[in-house]
Ligand binder design. Structure first.
Ligand code: HEC
Length: 265
């Protein structure tokens, strides 16, 4: 037994770094497949669905009349068309900022206060749970963001510029880590977010449950954390910059299949 283990180990060493890294990537893939059977995101989906129907806030109303872009109360298919332009707010909005708009207009909650609440706290947790459930209702559907409104086109162009904008102590841009195929950091495969399949897979997986910290993350927090990796100042929740980046990624991911809520490292 000891002998066999030693030989396997020796074999691994001899195979060299490239192979060792490949097998580590494969192990992570296998681990993911195992975990996907019991994704804790399901708990957040259940919470989100309950929150959608629950009468809350100063107006004691549910979110069931919320228009996510396909008409009041229409949930299926909404996620794969966001961010999009909304005539009532005159803004391009992603799922999370649109939910805050509905929490404000329908329930009378304070949108500014929610946006200023740190991730993982108070109403932000509710936004994440709602986004998780709503995203899950479009699982398996293909991304199809609109680019017909001028504001949507501007969001894409701004997002593209932000994606390639270098800066910070390491002079990184998003593209430094996500702009080419076959990039890797700490044994993680980095998706190429400028085109499919990377854009659809990378954008279409969030909200995702993160095993490494046991947290459910929406796209706003995902982008926030990547700005941290870039050693940039954090963008505000729902800022024009994050919406523009999400529009850029989502449009690049057109035709890709939504797997959210996924499970991640
Ligand atoms: C220093 C490298 C680095 C930079 C710069 C960076 N990221 Fe990331 N990004 C990562 C890593 C590493 C992961 C995977 C994180 C994990 O799973 O822990 C990731 C994950 C992501 C994901 C999810 C991909 C998936 O398959 O789930 C998206 C979307 C993303 N980044 C967008 C961005 C955007 C937009 C920017 C620019 C604002 C950016 N990143 C800048 C390293 C970087």
């Amino acid at each position: 037994m000891m002998m066999k283990t030693a030989m396997v180990l020796l074999g691994c060493l001899a195979a060299g770094a490239a192979l060792a890294q490949k097998s580590a990537t494969q192990s992570i893939e296998e681990y993911r497949a195992m975990l996907a059977d019991g994704n804790p995101a399901e708990l957040f989906e259940a919470k989100g669905e309950a929150l959608w129907k629950q009468k809350r806030g100063p107006k004691n109303a549910s979110l069931e009349a919320c228009d996510l872009g396909k008409g009041p109360g229409v949930i299926k298919g909404a996620f794969v068309e966001l961010p999009r332009y909304f005539p009532d707010t005159k803004r391009v909005q992603d799922l999370e900022t649109r939910l805050v708009t509905c929490m404000e207009t329908l329930q009378g909650l304070n949108g500014k206060e929610i946006a200023a609440t740190p991730f993982g706290k108070g109403e932000q947790n509710n936004v994440t749970a709602l986004a998780t459930w709503i995203a899950g209702e479009s699982k398996g559907m293909k991304f199809n963001l609109s680019q017909s409104h001028p504001q949507e086109q501007i969001a894409y162009e701004v997002g593209k510029r932000l994606f390639f904008q270098r800066g910070g102590p390491h002079d990184f841009s998003c593209a430094s880590c996500h702009g080419a195929d076959e990039k890797r950091i700490r044994l993680q495969d980095l998706p190429n977010l400028t085109k499919n399949p990377g854009a659809g897979n990378g954008f279409g997986a969030w909200p995702a449950y993160r095993v490494s910290n046991g947290q459910m993350w929406g796209m706003q927090l995902r982008l926030n954390d990547c700005y941290r990796q870039q050693r940039f100042p954090y963008p505000g929740f729902g800022s024009d910059a994050t919406i523009a980046l999400a529009t850029y990624l989502g449009v690049n991911g057109k035709g890709g299949t939504s797997t959210a809520p996924a499970i991640k490292r």
